[in-house]
Write a protein that binds this ligand. Structure first.
Ligand code: MN
Length: 129
């Protein structure tokens, strides 16, 4: 499938600074531009301000939860077309189903390997084209 999106920017919404930095480095090595947000409000602001091809969203965030951020993204007429990879520390099947039925494109459970992150991003962006 042909890639048709106009940007290679990935927005990482994750409160853990080490994780955020690691994800950014991995994605930049893959040729993406990485934007970082440490909470949901900052993430939504960046999503609205920037052309974002993909969002990586932690579900456990301070303040507004990742679930709320996902809902906000998926009910916005413009932002809803951006695929979201949800990341979480909890592996329950119910959570996975809930995330996917809430519009997430992919669901990754921590600890997340570099290979798994790379593959999920490539798969999701390929599907989108
Ligand atoms: Mn977190």
């Amino acid at each position: 499938m042909e890639k048709t999106y106009e940007t290679n920017t990935v927005l990482i919404i994750e409160d853990d600074a080490d994780m955020r930095t690691l994800f950014s480095r991995v994605l930049e090595l893959e040729g993406y531009r990485a934007l970082q947000a440490e909470d949901g409000d900052a993430g939504l602001r960046l999503a609205r301000q920037s052309q974002v091809a993909l969002v990586i969203l932690d579900l456990q965030l301070p303040g507004r939860s990742g679930w709320e951020v996902l809902k906000e993204l998926k009910t916005d007429p413009v932002l809803s077309r951006i695929p979201v990879i949800v990341i979480t520390a909890s592996a329950g099947v119910d959570q996975r189903d809930r995330a996917l039925s809430s519009g997430a494109a992919e669901y990754l459970t921590k600890p997340i390997s570099v290979a798994a992150l790379r593959k999920a991003c490539a798969d999701v962006l390929r599907q989108k084209g």
